[in-house]
Design a protein around this ligand. Structure first.
Ligand code: 5GP
Ligand code: ZN
Length: 140
């Protein structure tokens, strides 16, 4: 398959690896947003959250948890953004699921996650919550 991250998994494209297990690979982002920016991916190709198996997603999340602790110890950031984009509309560039860990320092100037806070319409919020809740088959 013509997928950059599958080629990183197979070794066809080199990468700076930081962690690997049966299901997961983590490597440094080649265009880092900040010092220590890394990516965690499933080894099995899945473009987005709709495609990945629950087992692979849990493995990616578990590795993310461990890597976040390692980044904290290694770099002592003041904070960290975890980012995971799905689909072109969400600005996903590489269609192989990945979680970004972006270490953050106070005053680092990055604009990741600085959205405007605008109060929502409660009727709309409740309506959409009902729709999602009914798909979950859970009325609590
Ligand atoms: P996204 O799809 O979430 O928008 O971001 C894709 C990320 O993959 C970007 O941060 C980009 O820098 C990174 N990336 C793209 N190609 C490569 C590559 O060949 N090697 C590495 N290490 N990172 C890459
Ligand atoms: Zn792939």
């Amino acid at each position: 398959m013509d997928c950059i991250f599958c080629k990183i998994v197979s070794g066809e494209i080199p990468s700076v690896k930081v962690y690997e297990d049966d299901r997961v690979l983590a490597f440094m982002d080649i265009n880092p947003l900040n010092h220590g920016h890394l990516l965690i991916i499933p080894k099995a190709h899945a473009a987005t959250i709709d495609e990945i198996t629950e087992a692979d997603f849990l493995a990616v999340m578990s590795a993310t948890h461990k890597l976040a602790a390692a980044v904290k110890k290694a770099l002592s950031p003041d904070g960290m953004n975890l980012l995971q984009l799905n689909g072109k509309a969400a600005n996903q560039l590489v269609p192989h699921l990945h979680v970004h860990i972006v270490p953050r320092w106070s005053g680092d100037g990055l604009t990741v996650s600085q959205w405007e806070i605008v109060a929502g319409d409660m009727e709309k919020i409740k309506g959409v919550a009902e729709k999602i809740q009914s798909e979950m088959g859970n009325s609590k």
